[in-house]
Design a protein around this ligand. Structure first.
Ligand SMILES: Cc1cc2nc3c(=O)[nH]c(=O)nc-3n(C[C@H](O)[C@H](O)[C@H](O)COP(=O)(O)O)c2cc1C
Length: 314
């Protein structure tokens, strides 16, 4: 898609994420923040987005963690949903067909397994569906007991990604965790396993306390922090990953505006996922797409691709 800039210039917002997947623009709805896409249709046509990532699917249905499982924090929110989802069978039967009916927008299936074999089996099942444009591996969920096991250890990251790679020819994205001091070895491990792209990142671990009741605000005691509060942390991880790997990096963390998205694109991310901001304002994502084109036109860029990675390092 091209966006009309303020100077009347059409900006080519297309972005190439590898293995033949070219998005019409770089703004992607992040997993867990737009259900399975049908939640967006009362507000706008999802076709204006670059892609939509569905909520994580597991083999068996999951009820998720006990409530309360959301808490507001300054400039962000904590969640410990715990991968509530109806399971792969219902997803394939009902939810995925609904997603495909959304129109001309690439649909990304996000899956989480208990181990490498489980991840691979799920990847194969969703990868076989013709309308699935890519598979995102959630190897970094902080809200399930085994969640961070994979994304904190390079060898386990490679093992999971490789097992999935062997079972699909679809584009494969590995979603990484920011809860490590240095994400580069994990990004390299995902690339070594055959990932076509990496998503940087999932939520940051955090907690909040009701000091009167002397109890945690989340029933599980802790959860994942998202929203503007995490953007500087994730941006640094993303920049370092861009330098460390050859595959595309999708930035994900705290984007609320087109200006925020441009920070990620400037440091070399080829696309940007937006999650929490859509809860605050359901029209936020299309607004970002529209303004992104205008800001690039103001900078004199006729193609997003010319701007991506144009960051001038100190
Ligand atoms: C309520 C909620 C549910 C989420 N569920 C998932 C999920 O099921 N799978 C996943 O990979 N990420 C999930 N995430 C993480 C987001 O996709 C995203 O990585 C994170 O929130 C950071 O981006 P943001 O600051 O734009 O929200 C969830 C986030 C929130 C806030």
């Amino acid at each position: 898609m091209s966006a009309q800039g303020s100077a009347g210039t059409a900006v080519d917002l297309r972005t190439d994420l590898g293995r033949g997947l070219v998005l019409r623009n770089p703004i992607v709805a992040a997993s867990g923040c737009c259900g399975y896409g049908t939640e967006l249709t009362p507000f706008y046509s999802p076709e204006v987005l670059g892609a939509i990532v569905g909520k994580t699917i597991t083999r068996a249905p999951r009820e998720g963690n006990p409530s309360p499982r959301m808490a507001e924090t300054p400039a962000g929110m904590l969640n410990s949903i715990g991968l509530q989802n109806p399971g792969i069978e219902r997803y394939l039967e009902r939810l995925l067909p609904d997603m495909q009916a959304l129109g001309e927008v690439p649909v990304v299936a996000n899956v989480a397994g208990e181990d490498a074999a489980d991840f691979a089996a799920l990847t194969e099942r969703v990868g076989e569906v013709p309308g699935v444009a890519a598979v995102e591996l959630n190897i970094s969920c902080p809200n399930v007991s085994h969640g961070l096991d994979f994304a904190r250890v390079p060898e386990r990251t490679t093992e999971v990604v490789r097992a999935c790679r062997e079972r699909t020819d679809k584009p494969l994205w590995a979603k990484l965790s920011p809860n490590v001091a240095d994400l580069r070895p994990i990004a390299e491990a995902a690339q070594a396993g055959g990932a076509d792209a990496i998503t940087v990142s999932n939520t940051l671990l955090g907690m909040a306390v009701d000091w009167r009741a002397r109890r945690p605000k989340l029933a599980r005691g802790f959860g994942g922090l998202s929203g503007p509060a995490i953007r500087p942390v994730v941006l640094l991880h993303a920049r370092r990953c861009v330098e460390a790997v050859d595959i595309p990096v999708l930035g994900c963390g705290g984007v609320r505006t087109a200006e925020d998205a441009l920070e990620y694109l400037c440091v070399g991310c080829k696309a940007v996922q937006v999650g929490t901001a859509g809860f605050q304002d359901p029209l936020r994502l299309p607004t970002i797409v529209e303004r992104l084109g205008r800001l690039l036109a103001e900078l004199g860029c006729s193609r997003l691709a010319d701007y991506v990675g144009s960051y001038r390092a100190p």
